[in-house]
Design a protein around this ligand. Structure first.
Ligand SMILES: Nc1ncnc2c1ncn2[C@@H]1O[C@H](COP(=O)(O)OP(=O)(O)OP(=O)(O)O)[C@@H](O)[C@H]1O
Length: 323
């Protein structure tokens, strides 16, 4: 299967103004970046401010040229096959950018659909279809300036879908949304995935990445630090499974007995009355669970390190949003 996105040795620099007297002549935004986004997947790009996410999206959107390296969208070179690449992509940036706030939602969509070269009846039909899809039919004739952040973002999504793209680039689509709007937006992303669209999503939100992405790539300083399924990426920072439990009363003897079990590699207190055992394999997890049940421990859970922990370990808490 062709990858929706493939970059090899991608480098992008920006020339710096000599008058700024920084002592540097350029800033390296992307550094030998190799990335593959499988067709039909939702792929998250995570990283702090300045990591290079927007630069990458702009290159894929063909508004910025790579300095070096190869970049292909559905197998097509962004430098030499720009027109064809453009036909396959839709871009959704956050905030006010790109919306005509004095026009209504319907007028905005008529305009964008017309820009895609559709004839008048097709423009109308496509506009109605998009309004329906993003749940704005009831508000279609209101001026966009009165829209909430969530409604504006839905209209952005409709705009991104106007040309029926195969790849959607979503740049922090839920930043600043209330939780209900953000959840609705994510279920729209899920629906688009089911229709076979590929989605590349930049986000600072770990929960969002875990909920909607099939694969996440962590980038910092223009380099890929890690990539994988957000639900199993925890194996990068620890191979161990965890068992957490609550214990009322003295716990020392139970901890000693746990540490005597083969394959139990550690036991720590995570908060008052709550403890965490780390185990090296499934047998050790089972033995620890059975001992804990015997000793009257409660609220037992098993887990692996989550994406948030991987991010903290590799990048630190710069640019991270968790709810
Ligand atoms: N036009 C420009 N001129 C000079 N430097 C730039 C320009 N655009 C971006 N940069 C620099 O390139 C690096 C990558 O920036 P980029 O905007 O791609 O990061 P980002 O991951 O999207 O950050 P954010 O989360 O803040 O949007 C940063 O060091 C930034 O300062």
């Amino acid at each position: 299967m062709t990858n929706a996105v493939e970059t090899r040795g991608l480098r992008r620099t920006y020339a710096l103004d000599r008058r700024a007297k920084t002592g540097r002549s350029e800033v390296v935004a992307l550094h030998q970046l190799d990335l593959e986004v499988a067709e039909g997947s939702v792929h998250g790009l995570l990283g702090p401010n300045g990591a290079g996410k927007t630069t990458l999206c702009k290159i894929l959107a063909t508004v910025l040229l790579p300095t070096e390296g190869e970049v292909r969208v559905f197998g097509r070179d962004v430098r030499t096959q720009t027109r064809k690449v453009r036909r396959d992509i839709g871009i959704v940036f956050g905030g006010e950018r790109g919306l005509y706030t004095r026009l209504t939602a319907r007028q905005n969509l008529h305009y964008w659909c017309a820009l895609y070269g559709l004839r008048r009846p097709a423009v109308r039909a496509r506009t109605e279809q998009l309004l329906e899809r993003v749940g704005l039919v009831d508000r279609a004739d209101e001026k966009v300036e009165g829209f909430s952040r969530g409604m504006k973002q839905r209209l952005h999504l409709a705009r991104g879908l106007a040309g029926d793209p195969r790849l959607l680039l979503l740049d922090e689509p839920t930043t600043g949304m209330d939780p209900v709007s953000a959840r609705d937006f994510r279920s729209m992303v899920d629906e688009l995935r089911r229709e076979g669209k590929t989605i590349l999503l930049t986000t600072h939100d770990m929960d969002e990445a875990e909920t909607v992405c099939d694969v996440v790539t962590l980038i910092d300083g223009g380099r890929v630090l890690a990539a994988g399924d957000p639900r199993s990426i925890g194996a990068l920072v620890s191979r161990h499974e965890r068992v957490e439990f609550d214990f009322v009363g003295p716990v020392a003897e139970t901890v000693r007995d746990l540490l005597d079990l083969p394959g139990v590699v550690g036991c720590t207190s995570v908060s008052p009355g709550r403890h965490r055992v780390e185990t090296a394999d499934d047998d050790a997890t089972k033995a620890a669970l059975s001992l804990l049940v015997d000793r009257g421990a409660t609220a037992l859970t098993t887990s692996r390190p989550r994406l948030e922990e991987v991010y903290l370990k590799l990048i630190g808490d710069r640019g991270m949003a968790v709810r």
